[in-house]
Design a protein around this ligand. Structure first.
Ligand SMILES: [Zn+2]
Length: 228
C-alpha cells in the first residue's frame, strides 16, 4: 500500500479540522457547560461569512453569569443566552449554530431573534416538531421562518446528543420519555460512562480529544439511533 495514500489523521481529528470556527466555538461552549455542572449544550451566532457575533452555553445550574445572560433557571439555555445579548433591531441575517436541536423555548427565541439560518448538530427527539410555527396561526404561516440545517447524522451529531444527556440532564422522567422515543441505547451509554467515572476523565480533556476518545462508541450508537 502506498503510504502517501493513507490518511494521516484519525477520523475524529479530520472531522474536527473540517468544521468551521462557529461549529468549534459552539462545541467548546458545550464543553464548558459540561465542566461547570450544567447541561452540555453550546451555541454561537455568526455572520454568513463565519465571523462570530456571540457565543454562550447552558447555565441552568450557575449562580452567576455574564451581564445580559440568564443563569440558575430552567430558561438558561445556550441559544437563548446567545440571542439575549444580540441588540434589538439587529438585521435578521445571522447564522445560529447550536450543538443540539433547539427546544420549544429556543426555537421561539430563534424565530424572534435576528436569525436567518439555524444549524444544529445533535437530534433531540424530545422537541421534534416544536419549530413549526407556521402551523400556529395564519399570520405565522405567511411569514418566512428561519432556514434549518440539521440534525447531523454523523458521529458529531451523536456526540452532541450524548453529551447533552450527561450530568443534571437525565432525570428519571426525562430518561423514560427518551427511551420511549428510541434513545435507550444512548441512555445506556450515558450510565456506563457516568458509573465508570469516564465522564470525569472526559471533562479533563479538550472537547475534540473527547470526541476522539468516544469515537468507537459514537460509531456504534450512530448505527443504533432511530432514523428521523
Ligand atoms: Zn433550549
Amino acid at each position: 500500500m502506498d503510504p502517501l495514500s493513507a490518511d494521516p489523521l484519525p477520523a475524529a481529528a479530520r472531522l474536527w479540522e473540517d468544521l468551521d470556527e462557529p461549529w468549534r466555538e459552539a462545541f467548546r461552549q458545550a464543553w464548558q457547560a459540561l465542566r461547570s455542572g450544567n447541561i452540555a449544550v453550546g451555541a454561537c451566532a455568526s455572520t454568513r461569512y463565519g465571523e462570530i457575533a456571540g457565543s454562550a452555553r447552558n447555565r441552568v445550574n450557575d449562580s452567576e453569569g455574564p451581564p445580559g445572560e440568564i443563569f440558575g433557571s430552567a430558561l438558561a439555555h445556550a441559544e437563548t443566552n446567545v440571542l439575549a445579548r444580540l441588540p434589538f433591531g439587529s438585521s435578521r441575517n445571522l447564522v445560529l449554530t447550536t450543538t443540539l436541536q433547539p427546544c420549544l423555548q429556543c426555537a421561539g427565541a430563534i424565530r424572534l431573534g435576528p436569525i436567518a439560518t439555524v444549524r444544529f448538530a445533535g437530534p433531540d427527539r424530545y422537541w421534534d416538531g416544536c419549530h413549526d410555527f407556521g402551523r400556529l396561526s395564519a399570520r405565522e404561516a405567511q411569514r418566512a421562518q428561519p432556514a434549518r440545517i440539521g440534525p447531523r447524522r454523523d458521529e458529531l451529531g451523536t456526540f452532541a446528543t450524548l453529551i447533552a444527556r450527561f450530568g443534571p440532564a437525565l432525570t428519571p422522567g426525562f430518561e423514560k420519555a427518551l427511551r420511549t422515543l428510541g434513545e435507550g441505547p444512548m441512555a445506556d451509554v450515558v450510565h456506563e460512562l457516568e458509573d465508570g467515572g469516564e465522564v470525569e476523565r472526559l471533562a479533563a480533556m479538550e472537547v475534540n480529544e473527547a470526541l476522539g476518545y468516544l469515537w468507537p462508541r459514537l460509531q456504534e450508537l450512530t448505527e443504533l439511533m432511530p432514523a428521523p
